[in-house]
Design a protein around this ligand. Structure first.
Ligand code: FAD
Length: 494
């Protein structure tokens, strides 16, 4: 392995991934690195990716990004979870919120107490014990002290890239406009030496970050790293997207509405709504998908419907030689739980933690790739869960999803919950117990038993315990302002 001190960083591509990488590297190590980002206005970006999860709040805190400036610049709104409509069955809805539900005991999660409460007719809906979920339902929001409100954002992806560009340039990153026409490698090692632009210019580097989106010019087209195809577990391979004018106030959650052969998203921003439909091309044509989407949007349409094709899956290695792929170049699961921007942030943090100052080492590469695979397989399982655990039998697509084979790791998790009500989160897994519980209950799994510790409470005690949490949730939510009013005031105060 060649050990060359890393000083020149070349980021190929300037979508959300490219500019998040530029922001992370320039803010953290910018003083000691030469960072160049190459992007092509003519090629443009994928133009979607506007719903996030709470880890973006953390990413921004690490970079000391001012949240009010960010919200104003990206026309952002707050997001408290995802509303799943028609996923379990037609007209059966639930919210996967970002909050905690109820209070856990160290031996057993809150769901065990709730399950007993349900059995004794002492408990109401699982969501009634969660501040974020009730706030989402009632269209309310405010920051609360001590992490009392766990939230993320809806953002305009184009504006976010511009915002991060200004930020990164402020820390010394340099942007180069141009189309990459060739990637040059060293004959002996196969390491990347430079990228050549249509102007003839060659941009040399020590470390290359491939953020060229689905094209994957460096990791895929040049280094030929294989792509693991997960379409046997994740049937959707296409999307159609368009924007509409806002009608009414933006709700603080993403809507995910199951359709006959996929699902539709609605992402409300301050100035417009992002809409799209993700679907499986084996069951519905692009034209039918477009028509379905157009028939199910609210408000005047502002953009052409655009079809995007993808293959759900992941590159086997996302760091190879002196190239690290971030964003769509590294893989794409599918947008159901808004995890792609999160994974960009994770790759950046991981790269910074393993930054190869003294040259690329195989040990770093292996550790980076090992952590990446573990993280992504966990997310993949969580997303497959939504498709597979359903009562829907009304279309061939849902029948195929319900009866498909699933990863063994997911089968185990479902069985464990069904038999015992238990869920365990292992180190570095993104989705905590409460996410799994909300989605498994929401999709229709009722555990056969609850933990014995719930029996230590008498019915009267259990009732007081549940009522206490519920009334606390209600009184907190009642005091919150409307989401719309809060966003307006928050952005104005910037
Ligand atoms: P891109 O945005 O495609 O950027 C690629 C960059 O490379 C561009 O700047 C382009 O100009 C440049 N480039 C490419 N080729 C060349 C060349 N030859 N020369 C020079 N420059 C070049 N993620 C979420 O977290 N939440 C969501 O809600 C979500 N929804 C999604 C919905 C759909 C339908 C899809 C497909 C994705 C969604 N994602 C979502 C994923 C998200 O869009 C991406 O993770 C994110 O936008 C990052 O994309 P990127 O920067 O990797 O690629």
């Amino acid at each position: 392995m060649t050990r060359k001190r890393i000083q020149k960083i070349v980021i190929a591509g300037g979508g959300t991934a490219g500019w998040m990488v530029a922001a992370g590297l320039s803010r953290t190590l910018g003083k000691t690195l030469d960072i160049k980002l190459v992007e092509s206005d003519e090629i443009g970006t994928v133009g979607v990716g506007e719903a996030t999860i709470p880890t973006l709040v953390t990413f921004h805190r690490l970079l000391e990004i001012n949240e009010q400036e960010f919200m104003a610049a990206t026309q952002g709104t707050f997001k408290l979870g995802i509303g799943f409509e028609n996923w379990r069955g037609l007209n059966q809805n639930y919210i996967h919120s970002f909050g905690t539900t109820g209070k856990d005991h160290w031996t057993a999660g809150f769901q065990h107490f709730w399950l007993k409460g349900r059995e004794r007719n002492l408990a109401s809906d699982y969501g009634d014990y969660c501040v974020e979920l009730k706030a989402a339902e009632q269209n309310r929001f405010a920051h609360l002290p001590r992490g009392g409100m766990n939230y993320a954002f809806h953002i305009d992806a184009g504006l976010y890239a511009k915002f991060l560009r200004r930020y990164s340039e402020g820390y010394g990153a340099k942007r180069i406009e141009g189309k990459i026409v060739n990637v040059l490698t060293h004959d002996d090692t196969g390491f990347i030496k430079a990228i050549r632009l249509d102007s003839g210019a060659e941009i040399e580097g020590d470390l290359f970050i491939d953020c060229t989106g689905f094209r994957a010019l460096l990791i895929g087209q040049t280094l030929r790293e294989p792509y693991e195809d997960w379409s046997h577990w994740l049937p959707c391979d296409s999307a159609v997207a368009l924007q509409t004018e806002s009608v009414g106030e933006a709700v603080p959650y993403t809507r995910s509405i199951a359709r006959d052969a996929g699902w539709q998203w609605r992402i409300p921003l301050q100035h417009r709504v992002g809409n799209g439909m993700v679907y499986c091309s084996r069951y519905i044509s692009d034209e039918q998908a477009k028509q379905t989407l157009l028939a199910n949007v609210e408000g005047p349409v502002r953009t052409e419907a655009r079809v995007i094709k993808f293959k759900p899956g992941q590159r086997r290695q996302t760091w190879l030689k002196n190239c690290v792929a971030v964003g769509l170049a590294s893989g794409f699961i599918e947008p159901l739980e808004s995890t792609s921007i999160h994974l960009i942030g994770r790759s950046i943090i991981r790269l910074l933690q393993m930054f190869p100052s003294e040259g690329v080492s195989q040990a770093d590469i292996e550790e980076f790739n090992r952590q990446t695979v573990a993280e992504i397989e966990h997310i993949r399982d969580f997303i497959v869960l939504h498709y597979h655990v359903t009562d829907r039998q009304d279309t061939p697509f849902w029948n195929a999803c319900r009866t498909m084979d699933i990863p063994a790791s997911l089968r185990h998790r479902i069985e464990l919950f069904r038999e015992t009500g238990r869920v365990f989160r292992t180190t570095n897994e993104l989705f905590a117990e409460n996410s799994w519980v909300q989605v498994m209950l929401g999709q229709g799994i009722t555990p056969k038993q609850y933990h014995q510790v719930a029996d230590l409470m008498s019915d009267a005690e259990l009732s007081r315990f549940l009522e206490g949490i519920k009334s606390q949730v209600e009184s907190t939510v009642r005091q919150l302002p409307s989401h719309h009013a809060y966003v307006e005031q928050y952005c104005k105060a910037n």
